[in-house]
Design a protein around this ligand. Structure first.
Ligand SMILES: [Zn+2]
Length: 85
């Protein structure tokens, strides 16, 4: 008998509506890796943020997959993009 041990639950896909997920949905664009050019207009005038590529030319913000939003938040707090409450 080869079938021992816990089996993965079938058809169980937990979808949590975390802020991260909503943000991901909002941005629509998901990069698998960091690019040096804007995904929308191709401009190289982009700013690298921990979890995003922010185009300074057209304003597009592309989310980088698997990047911590905690890191991003810290970055935003440090750079004064957000006001700490
Ligand atoms: Zn752009």
């Amino acid at each position: 008998m080869a079938e021992a041990g816990p089996r993965p639950a079938r058809g169980t896909k937990v979808v949590l509506l975390t802020p991260e997920r909503m943000l991901a949905r909002a941005s629509r664009r998901f990069l698998t890796e960091r690019t040096s050019a804007c995904v929308k207009c191709g401009s190289r005038f982009v700013e690298h943020e921990p979890a995003f590529i922010h185009c300074r030319y057209c304003g597009a913000i592309a989310r980088i997959a698997n990047r911590s939003l905690l890191e991003q938040e810290e970055f935003e707090l440090r750079s004064g993009l957000r006001v700490a409450s």
